[in-house]
Write a protein that binds this ligand. Structure first.
Ligand SMILES: Nc1ncnc2c1ncn2[C@@H]1O[C@H](COP(=O)(O)OP(=O)(O)OP(=O)(O)O)[C@@H](O)[C@H]1O
Length: 835
């Protein structure tokens, strides 16, 4: 093993051995004319091929049985094709039935003569196991839609706001969670209290217990896309508007009173989204409520401008935890004396991202400031005359009810109500008893005790979930097929594709943008392309009628693709691989400005759009009209599954979500089933056949040919474009690293050692054997690595260093490539997506 090698490199090397048919170096024909050498080479290969043919058939028995309909046979192939193959002499497909694939594959490997031997897409794939029976998702009736029989007026919200909401925001009726949460948060009881009594005890001191008996903290738990944001923002605005309206004439409220409500979110995008909703509600409040000013403080923005915003006064503040704590500690002009609401949105994600300590500090600081103020001024201050809650109301929102969320609830909520879409749970006595550690009747408990915390989440019932088991080699082409099929069915679809790391996002974004453009080729490559065309136009034994124009990829113009790079400023790119779709990408390593622009652009897109993203977009983001989710890389943890698929089927709309799994990962469906999630199974074959059918295949059996063509097209692009090649390698490595970070309970399903790394390379359109990926050196590639090539490579690398392809927001990306040994002992933690 060389110095740079390690276990993984060994793994790469040994893993891929059986898939190749290579000419041993000592048998390589040398000297003589080029044509003679090619002829000689062909003969040697043919010998090796024959020897292995028998083994191949046995090994590929399962896949073969499924695909016997591939009808092209060796005997039908015309003389011209034979000659062309001799000239190409690149791919050994290894069996007769897959001869049609060879034609496709040849296209991708033309420039790779005597470099790499790549196995066929459909051979030597692992067996696809029979999936556990899905429950059949019959209940398609929407579970998170608005309730037709209810109204906001009935709940008692401000009439002026309701009119604006109905006219301008198209929000006229509440959802179930809003119907339950808003009345509790409007806090009618406190108005009764203010009318008759105060909250002082017999000694004249402020009686927290007494106030707590009428102002409830709230835990809101409801399905994704059920309108949780409005269920806490509407009551806040309603009460601020009411307070402003009832203020005494001489003492109108002003923004200088500081912040009345803080909404903490785990990600910057979510904070942005909360801000936008708050701004709309501020508009709805009318000109008399001009003092209600929403604002935002998030990491990634200039702190100075945030400070000056806070100095002017922000009434309702959306923020991420790190930056909020920073301002609480360091910004003198940040007034929280009158804070009346603290909302922890997506509480489970806040905890998952490791914000527990930050939250504890924030809560302690806010409590301390509140006490100091009461000590100095007494509780009868200006804002209490504003008919606002007497103390800070804490609200926790979550779509799941995991143990850590329960703990946070117990620690941070006083006298809480547990509110779900179907019930309001608990009461003050029960809550108090719970807080004091006493046994309480189950029906009175603050949080339901009978539920398994993992199971206690709900998905919209109208959401159609699917699982597709796909061999590694076919993942990429199946993704392309899935996207094309969806856009054909729903031409203005918005699709989100979830990936495990930022490098994969960057790669897929770039690949699907430019990968369908036929690259500008060198003379040798042009010659090879011509041969491929000749081969096609002369028939190849299929039916003699093949033409270059059947599949649109070949009609693409041929601009210079070699110079294409990934540019930070490209918020969206038109896809050459999924025609008609605009592509977007979003991840935690992008500059905040770009993240915001992307989020806004994707949200506003009126055309077909595909967003590649990490889990940064999984939680809470309300991206309107998303019709489909594709989990290209499986989620880490069930909660992540839930939140990812929850980006569609929002507010009563329909939606579908597909989960891509490797055959070795199909056990994941059992894990999902244990949590009550039973996606329908769909086969890769159906997806690929659908694509072929719509793209010119005349016979059902041509689906493999079509898949091969698409794969070849993408591999060819990666081979010819330096940026794509580099992105592909980075993505390949980073995704394996990300794979090693699956949670402990799932490690037996997502075992990095079970990955076939050679096959996996194809999912990144890579033709290099993984050992070359890992070390930058190949076995037989180096033979023709001439001095000139090396010099060119050095120059390219130098140029790339001078002119970075794109600037990263942070120093390290999520799972950025680093030390290979980190696969087995990952040292870099996931970077936080916020702050
Ligand atoms: N009553 C309503 N009528 C019409 N639209 C609504 C209503 N309530 C909320 N919406 C809209 O529904 C979408 C989803 O709301 P929201 O993002 O608050 O859901 P959520 O429950 O927080 O989802 P998640 O759990 O994924 O964060 C938003 O676009 C919001 O404006």
């Amino acid at each position: 093993m060389s110095a740079g090698d390690d276990g993984l490199v060994l793994n790469f090397a040994t893993d891929t051995g059986p898939t190749r048919t290579m000419i041993p170096i000592n048998q390589k024909p040398r000297g003589g004319r080029w044509k003679d050498r090619m002829e000689e080479r062909r003969k040697i290969k043919s010998e090796i091929w024959k020897a292995r043919k028998q083994t191949d058939r046995q090994q590929t028995g399962v896949m073969q049985a499924k695909h016997t309909d591939v009808r092209a046979s060796e005997s039908n192939i015309g003389t011209q094709k034979e000659q062309s193959q001799q000239a190409l002499s690149t791919v050994d497909n290894g069996n007769q039935a897959n001869n049609t694939n060879r034609r496709a594959n040849n296209a991708g490997y033309l420039s790779q003569t005597n470099r790499h031997i790549v196995s066929s897409l459909f051979t030597r794939n692992p067996e696809i196991p029979t999936l556990p029976q899905s429950a059949g998702q019959e209940n398609r009736v929407s579970s998170n839609a608005v309730i037709d029989t209810s109204s906001f007026e009935g709940i008692g919200l401000n009439a002026g706001m309701l009119e604006y909401m109905s006219n301008k925001m198209d929000i006229a009726k509440p959802t179930a969670i809003q119907q339950n949460a808003i009345p509790v948060l409007i806090g009618k009881p406190i108005q009764a209290l203010i009318a008759g009594a105060d909250d002082s005890n017999d000694d004249g001191e402020f009686d927290v217990e007494r106030a707590a008996n009428v102002e409830h903290d709230v835990f809101i738990q409801a399905a994704t896309g059920s309108g949780k944001t409005l269920s806490y923002l509407l009551p806040i605005f309603h009460r601020l508007v009411q307070a402003g309206a009832s203020a005494t004439a001489g003492q109108p409220p002003s923004r200088s009173l500081g912040t009345f409500a803080i909404v903490l979110t785990p990600t910057r995008e979510l904070a942005q989204q909360v801000l936008e909703t708050a701004q709309q509600l501020a508009q709805s409040a009318g000109s008399r409520s001009n003092w209600i000013v929403p604002g935002i403080v998030i990491g990634g923005d200039k702190k100075q401008s945030e400070k000056s915003r806070l100095r002017k006064g922000v009434t309702v503040l959306a923020c991420t935890p790190g930056r909020l704590l920073d301002h609480l500690e360091n910004t003198q002009s940040f007034v929280v004396d009158h804070l009346r609401w603290l909302v922890l949105d997506e509480a489970d994600r806040l905890l998952e991202l490791g914000f527990e300590e930050t939250l504890t500090k924030i809560l302690a600081l806010l409590d301390e400031k509140a006490k100091r103020r009461v000590r100095v001024l007494g509780h009868r201050t200006m804002e209490t005359s504003l008919e606002l809650p007497r103390r800070r109301i804490n609200v926790l929102c979550s779509a799941t009810l995991r143990d850590n969320v329960k703990r946070l609830a117990n620690e941070s909520l006083h006298n809480p109500r547990f509110i779900s879409a179907t019930r309001i749970y608990g009461n003050a006595e029960a809550a108090a008893a719970e807080v004091h550690g006493e046994d309480v009747a189950e029906e009175n408990s603050m949080l339901p005790m009978d539920v398994d915390s993992d199971q206690n989440f709900s998905l919209p019932s109208q959401l159609v979930q699917k699982a597709v088991v796909i061999p590694a080699k076919l993942r990429l082409v199946t993704l392309v097929a899935q996207l094309r099929n969806t856009l054909r069915r729903l031409p203005t679809s918005k699709i989100i594709v979830f990936m495990s790391c930022t490098d994969s996002v960057d790669f897929m974004y770039f690949l699907l943008a430019y990968g369908g453009i036929v690259p500008e080729t060198s003379d040798a490559q042009t010659q090879a392309e011509d041969l491929f065309k000749t081969l096609d136009s002369n028939g190849d034994g299929d039916d003699g009628n093949d033409s270059d124009d059947r599949f649109h990829d070949r009609k693409q113009p041929a601009p210079a693709t070699a110079d294409l790079t990934l540019r930070e400023e490209d918020i969206t790119l038109d896809s050459s691989v999924v025609p008609g779709a605009g592509l977007y990408r979003l991840h935690g390593s992008m500059l905040q400005k770009r993240r915001t622009e992307t989020y806004t652009a994707f949200s506003k897109a009126r055309h077909a759009a595909v967003l590649f993203t990490t889990d940064v977009a999984a939680r809470g983001l309300d991206l309107p009209n998303v019709t489909s989710i594709v989990q290209f890389d499986p989620p880490t943890g069930i909660a992540s599954y839930l939140h990812r698929v929850g980006r569609t089927a929002r507010l009563g709309r329909s939606g579908e979500a597909s989960l891509f799994l490797l055959p070795s990962e199909s056990k994941y469906l059992t894990l999902l089933a244990q949590k009550g999630l039973r996606p329908d199974d769909e086969t890769m074959e159906v997806i690929l056949k659908q694509m072929a059918k719509h793209e010119g295949a005349r016979k059902a059996s041509e689906w493999q040919l079509r898949a091969g063509e698409v794969q070849s097209m993408l591999e060819r692009f990666v081979a010819f474009n330096a940026t794509a090649a580099s992105l592909a390698r980075q993505a390949y490595l980073s995704s394996i690293r990300a794979y090693a970070t699956h949670v402990a309970e799932e490690k037996h399903v997502f075992n990095v050692r079970a990955l076939h790394l050679g096959h996996l390379a194809k999912a990144f359109a890579l033709r290099e054997a993984p050992n070359q990926v890992a070390t930058g050196k190949g076995n037989n590639a180096r033979a023709d690595d001439t001095r000139k090539e090396k010099k060119e490579k050095r120059e390219r690398e130098l140029a790339a260093k001078k002119k970075p392809k794109f600037k990263r927001g942070n120093d390290i990306s999520e799972f950025a490539v680093g030390d290979i040994s980190a696969y087995y002992a990952p040292r870099v933690k996931r970077t936080k997506d916020s702050d």
